[in-house]
Design a protein around this ligand. Sequence first.
Ligand code: COA
Ligand code: ZN
Length: 316
Amino acid sequence: MSSQVWQGQNKRIYLQEVGTRDGLQAEKVFVPTENKIGLVNALSDTGLAKIEVTAFVSPKAIPALRDAEQVLREIKRVPGVVYTALVPNVRGAERAVESRADELNLVMSASESHNLSNLRMTRQQSFSGLVEVVKAVQTTGIAINVSLSCAFGCPMEGDVPQADVLDWCRRYVEELGTTGVTLCDTTGMAYPPQVAELTASFRARWPETELTLHFHNTRGMGLANVLAAIDAGADRFDASFGGIGGCPYAPGASGNVCTEEIAHALALMGYDTQVDLALLLAAAHQLPALIGHDVPSQILKAGRRLDLHPQPADFS
Ligand code: COA
Ligand code: ZN
C-alpha cells in the first residue's frame, strides 16, 4: 500500500492532557500537591494544547483532588497552553475562577443513571445548574466547555440515542453559548462507525464550536476511535499520560486513551500534534512511583518504534 494513503498531510491535531484530573481522580493514593504541580509543569513543556489540571468538586466525592486551588495557582503557565479544570456546580466555578483557570469544563451525563450516580442530580437539574454557572461567570469572559459523559453508551442503560446526545449539544451551544463541547466515552463503549456518525453530525451542525472527543480505552478501541473521528472531521482529543484514568462513579471504568500512544501513532501517520514525545514519556515515567502501580501505556514499556535494543552478544 502506498504511504500516500496514510498521509496525515501535516493536519494539526490538538492533544489535551487529562491525566492529572481524570487520571488522578481514579487513584487510591493521594499524590502530594508538589508532585502534582511537578507533573503539570512537565506536561506543560511537551507541546500539548490544553491541560485539565484538576477538578473543583466536593473533596468528599473525590479526595484525591482536594488540593485543586493550590495546584492550579502554583503551576507554571506556559503561554499558548490552555489550563482548564472540571467544575460540577457554581461553588466549583467560583473556586476555579479564583484560582485563575483559563476555562471551566462543566460536566453532565447523557444518561440519567450515570448523572444520578456521578452528580446526584437528574439531567434536567444538572442542565439548570450549568445555566447558573454560565450566569455566575459571564462577566469574567472565561471560556466554557461542557463535557457530556456517556455520549457513546452508558454502563447501566446501554446505548444512548444519538438524537438525545445531539439535543443536549444543541442546548449547550445554542442556549448556553459554550465555546466547546466534549463528547465523552466514559467507559469505552464507543466504536468507529458510531464515532464517525456522531462526529460528522456535530461538525455539520456546529462548525464553529470547538469539539473534543474523550475516549477511554476500556475495550481496546481507543486509537481506532480517534482515527475514525479524525476522518469524520475532529481535530481535538483528550488523552491521559500513562493511560491512567476513569470515573469512580461509572461501573467498569478504566483508563483514557494514552497520550503518548496517540501522539506516537499520529506522528507516524503524518499528523502534526506538536508534542515532543521524549518529554511526554519522561513525564509519564514519573507516574508508577507516584501512584504505586504500573500504568497501561504500551509505549512506556516498549519504547518508541525505533528505540532499538542492543543485539544480544551471543548472536554476533
Ligand atoms: N467544591 C467543594 N465542595 C463542594 C462542592 C464544590 N464544587 N460542591 C459541593 N461541595 C460540598 C458541599 O459544601 C457539601 O459539604 P458539607 O457536607 O461539608 O456541607 C458537600 O460537598 C455536599 O454538597 P451538596 O451540594 O449536597 O452536593 P452533593 O452531595 O449532592 O454532591 C457534587 C454533588 C456534584 C458536588 C458531588 O457529588 C461531586 O463533587 N461529585 C464529583 C463527581 C466527579 O468528579 N466525578 C468524576 C468526574 S466526571
Ligand atoms: Zn473520562
